[in-house]
Design a binder for this molecule. Structure first.
Ligand code: F6P
Length: 320
């Protein structure tokens, strides 16, 4: 019987998804598989939207953001009926396995499918970098660089006007992206859901900064901490300084993937196919301590990635 692998990008897009698709397709073809691309995430699987992926189909995409397969969030996959339809679609397509590129929602879908007997490989891709079992996700480095570049620009206007800026950064309910952005952009403070913030201490710190001659002060604020505008208002009231709020938003999800992102994506995609070919199943492919590696999906979904407060401490010392 012909060997067939399905590939799907699901959830929020992340730069580098295309590089991962390219790697899966080309390594798959090299090992004798035909590769079926599912369009528009799991919704496309339920609606039978497919494309036959060839080596040439994925030409010229390693350097493009977004996903050529399109993506989406599919609440139906959380229902029994949706899951059954997905399993039927996979069986009708005669797929030997499904490679899912995405973040935590995709991992949950992979876990459910694997428990129903479908052979799955998840590839960690998300700008949030919040997945247990990988030190870094595809797209994270690109989003990090985009956000840092944006804050460098905000710093210019903040300094010219002697203002305080609150910059809201994506990450859903986690502060991994915010913490690294804050450190790399030389922010004075980072506010993340994983760490408690004492507003009065923060206001005191901002005032001390001004006394020490700082002309601008930037607070990297994780979206998971609530309304950045309400937060900015409180800071303005407590300090008496002029505060502006800037939400970086969806620019963090797009753009040309960095070399680092492309390298990870290529290695993750290559490994996912290799593992499958060697008879492994239901693994999450990521990177740990510099080595591309895999752990069981069931383990990855059941644990929380730990927030490293070292970044917090380093930033505090360096932002004097
Ligand atoms: O998970 C990636 C992410 O960009 C989060 O940082 C953000 O909270 C969310 O997706 C936005 O989701 P949506 O694309 O559904 O608006």
């Amino acid at each position: 019987m012909a060997k067939r692998l399905g590939i799907i990008t699901s959830g929020g897009d992340a730069p580098g998804m295309n590089a991962a698709i390219r790697a899966v397709v080309r390594q798959g073809i090299t090992l004798g598989y035909s590769i079926i691309g599912v369009k528009r995430g799991f919704k496309g699987l339920l609606d039978n939207e497919y494309v036959n992926l060839t080596a040439r189909y994925v030409s010229g995409i390693i350097n493009s953001g977004g996903t050529i397969l399109h993506t989406g969030r599919c609440p139906e996959m959380k229902t029994k009926a949706g899951m059954n339809r997905a399993i039927k679609a996979i069986k009708d397509l005669e797929l030997n396995g499904l490679i899912i590129i995405g973040g935590d929602g995709s991992l949950a879908a992979g876990d459910m499918l694997s428990k129903k007997g479908i052979k799955v490989m998840n590839i960690a891709a998300s700008i949030d970098n919040d997945i247990y079992g990988t030190d870094e996700t595809i797209g994270y480095d690109t989003a990090l660089n985009t956000a840092v570049e944006s804050i460098d620009k905000i710093r210019d206007t903040a300094t010219s006007h002697d203002r305080i800026f609150v910059v809201e950064i994506m990450g859903r309910e986690h502060g991994f992206l915010t913490a690294d952005v804050g450190l790399a952009a030389g922010c004075e403070f980072i506010i993340v859901p994983e760490m408690k913030t004492d507003l009065h201490k923060l206001a005191k710190g901002l005032k001390e900064g001004k006394e020490k001659g700082k002309t601008s002060e930037i607070i990297a604020f994780a979206e998971g901490c609530g309304s950045s505008c309400a937060f900015g208002d409180k800071i303005e009231k407590l300090t008496g300084f002029e505060v502006r709020v800037s939400t970086l938003g969806y620019i963090q999800r797009g753009g040309i993937p960095t070399a680092r992102t492309r390298i990870l994506a290529s290695k993750f995609g290559h490994m996912a196919v290799d593992l499958f070919h060697k008879g492994k199943k239901n693994q999450l492919v990521g990177i740990t301590k510099g080595t591309v590696s895999a752990i069981p999906i069931s383990r990855a979904v059941s644990r929380e990635k730990k927030f490293d407060d070292k970044t917090f401490k380093v930033l505090k010392t360096l932002s004097v």
